[in-house]
Design a binder for this molecule. Structure first.
Ligand SMILES: Nc1ncnc2c1ncn2[C@@H]1O[C@H](COP(=O)(O)OP(=O)(O)OP(=O)(O)O)[C@@H](O)[C@H]1O
Ligand SMILES: [Mg+2]
Length: 270
């Protein structure tokens, strides 16, 4: 089958980033068929910080994440306009290799998505070269599993199938799989929405540890979660950024009434 090519003709041919953020969007818009889903977004992601995207259902949070690592390319009718840069490189330039891009920008989904393989093989799934010997594979999987505090729980059963783990353990395994490819940016789309409170807190403290070394972009519906762990907030509604800034400013002195309403009762009249 011929690979689908997104409509990129409207993207400015030689846009220039300001160099102020690891990710930088300037008037970035996305349409599917003729429906505009993201409307002229402009923001920058500061390095080694955790940015939370909050906003009501259907506001475009997942669309934004999926546009950042170009998973949306395969949707028929997808088109992007404006500018979106990663480390100064135009994400939608014809020269950008989406497979390479996804090695730098890892993604964790809402529901833990483990493959029907062993725990070890799940961790090493994204690596270009995987050792053949079981012992070497186990050794290579150790650090990512330690990073997500799963090693002690699974060290004795590394070659068991990953779907025998609890849901919370599976989600940590998915984060380990993302860490194994050593991405610069980790994007997580509501990673705790299917987890119990204890597993949620485990993931939250893990993200707090990881942000020292990684850049993290987290979509959450959980305002308290954003309050606990975010450095920065982007509030998205109806495909537009209503307000963005440091967590302290957004939570204590929101500039917009819509932001205040959303933070108070998660209602939005955008
Ligand atoms: N493949 C698609 N084709 C057509 N419309 C789409 C597609 N994917 C998403 N949309 C639409 O884009 C809008 C934004 O969807 P998106 O999934 O990004 O929202 P969200 O903020 O992540 O919502 P939620 O919090 O429920 O996950 C919605 O109106 C959705 O129906
Ligand atoms: Mg979503």
């Amino acid at each position: 089958m011929k690979p689908f090519k997104p409509n990129l003709k409207l993207v400015h041919p030689k846009p220039q980033p300001t160099g102020r953020g690891l990710v930088e969007a300037n008037g970035f818009s996305v349409s599917i068929d003729k429906t505009l889903l993201l409307k002229g977004l402009s923001f920058q992601l500061v390095e080694k910080q955790l940015t939370c995207i909050i906003g009501p259902s259907g506001s475009g949070k997942s669309t934004l994440l999926r546009s950042l690592n170009r998973i949306n390319d395969n949707i028929p009718g997808f088109s992007a306009t404006g500018q979106l840069f990663y480390a100064g490189e135009n994400i939608y330039s014809p020269e950008m290799n989406p497979v390479e891009l996804r090695r730098k920008i890892g993604m964790v989904f809402q529901k833990p998505c483990v493959f029907p393989q062993s725990i070890v093989d799940n961790v090493l799934f994204g690596l270009q070269k995987r050792p053949r010997c079981k012992k070497d594979r186990a050794h290579l999987s150790m650090q990512p599993l330690k990073d997500v505090h799963l090693w002690d729980e699974v060290a004795h059963r590394l070659h068991d199938r990953a779907d025998t783990l609890s849901i919370g353990q599976q989600q940590r395994l998915c984060i380990a799989r993302t860490l194994a490819i050593q991405p610069d940016l980790i994007m997580l789309d509501e990673p705790t929405s299917s987890l119990d409170p204890l597993s949620t807190l485990a993931i939250e403290s893990l993200l707090m540890e990881l942000k020292v070394r990684h850049n993290i972009l987290l979509v959450t519906h959980n305002i308290q979660q954003a309050r606990r762990i975010a450095d920065n907030i982007i509030f998205l509604c109806d495909g537009q950024i209503v307000e963005q800034g440091r967590k302290e400013d957004i939570f204590t002195h929101p500039k917009k009434t819509q932001t205040r309403n959303y933070l108070d009762n998660q209602l939005c009249d955008c």
